[in-house]
Design a protein around this ligand. Structure first.
Ligand code: NAP
Length: 270
């Protein structure tokens, strides 16, 4: 059995990067600054900018591959044995690296899980990926996954998790914790609005941070939070959130503003 994956509490997202040539230099600079500051995990996907985001990540990684843990994802229509190897090679080429640290099944499609897991295990054996995981899998999907041969090797599940979407705390968080499956929290700012939420902003002022930093520090209690930032100010603020420890009083106030789930909720997906 591979060891549980230890991920940093905060990394960098890249959705919507690589979509425009005109913004490329700014995006590479944001990721480069993040690496300079010690944000050592970058999350991307073949879907983002149809390969453009992986190229941006590749440019940021040039000459400093060892400073980052690289996560990428494949489309459900590449999840068959016939498609997955080519998809992985194309991602590696765009990223300009020899091995993807964590390769995620972006969301579940129609290919039998046993086939996808077998192909992922082959990619591990071939050294093209170090570990594999899933994204947008709810508990029932994970139960099915761990029942197929090799399925218990799943290293991580990347899901929507932020103050406004706490459903996973009811069942998915404990389920993954009991099995040593790492959680990654995508859209920790709910795609931006939490950075401007008036009540969150008032509490953030009391703590002496920004609402975005409070939201990121909060999401990173249970998971590796991967905010996407394309300005130097946002990158610096998000790096600082990594050092923020929230005390019991602040957590209780956040629970009053954003109540935890009291029953099972279906996993939300963006
Ligand atoms: P997000 O990180 O919640 O929010 C991004 C937005 O917040 C951007 O508009 C960004 O602005 C802004 N922002 C970032 N840092 C800020 C700060 N310190 N203060 C104020 N505003 C700030 O949303 P997301 O991009 O949807 O999610 C993050 C990452 O998760 C994605 O990039 C992607 O890697 C991953 N993801 C995965 C899935 C999946 O299905 N697996 C789905 C969605 C996302 P600027 O860009 O102007 O800095």
């Amino acid at each position: 059995m591979p060891a549980p994956l230890a991920l940093p509490r905060v990394g960098m997202g890249t959705w919507h990067m690589g979509e425009s040539r005109g913004r490329r230099a700014e995006e590479v600079a944001a990721l480069t600054l993040g690496l300079d500051l010690g944000l050592g995990l970058i999350d991307t996907a073949e879907m983002y900018g149809e390969g453009g985001a992986e190229e941006v990540v590749g440019a940021a990684l040039r000459g400093r591959r060892d400073e980052a843990f690289v996560v990428s994802k494949f489309y459900p229509h590449h999840a068959s044995r016939a498609q997955l190897f080519a998809a992985c090679e194309a991602s590696l080429a765009r990223l300009g690296i020899d091995t993807i640290d964590l390769y995620l099944y972006h969301w579940r499609g129609g290919v039998p899980l046993a086939q996808t897991v077998a192909a992922l295990e082959e990619l591990v054996a071939a050294g093209r990926i170090r570990r594999w995981g899933v994204s947008n899998f709810d508990v029932d999907d994970l139960e099915e996954l761990v029942s197929v041969p090799g399925g218990t090797h799943v290293a991580a599940n990347q899901v929507l998790y932020n103050l406004a979407r706490r459903g996973i705390e009811f069942d998915l968080v404990p389920w993954c914790r009991e099995r040593g499956i790492a959680l990654m929290a995508y859209s920790p700012l709910d795609e931006g609005p939490l950075a401007h939420h008036p009540k969150l902003a008032a509490l953030a002022r009391e703590v002496g941070v920004t609402p975005a930093q409070l939201a990121i520090a909060w999401a990173s209690r249970h998971a590796c939070a991967i905010p996407k930032a394309s300005t130097p100010e946002h990158v610096r603020a998000n790096r600082a959130a990594l050092d923020l420890k929230l005390d019991a009083q602040v957590l209780a106030k956040l629970d009053r503003l954003f109540p935890p789930p009291r029953a099972k909720q279906r996993l939300e997906v963006i």
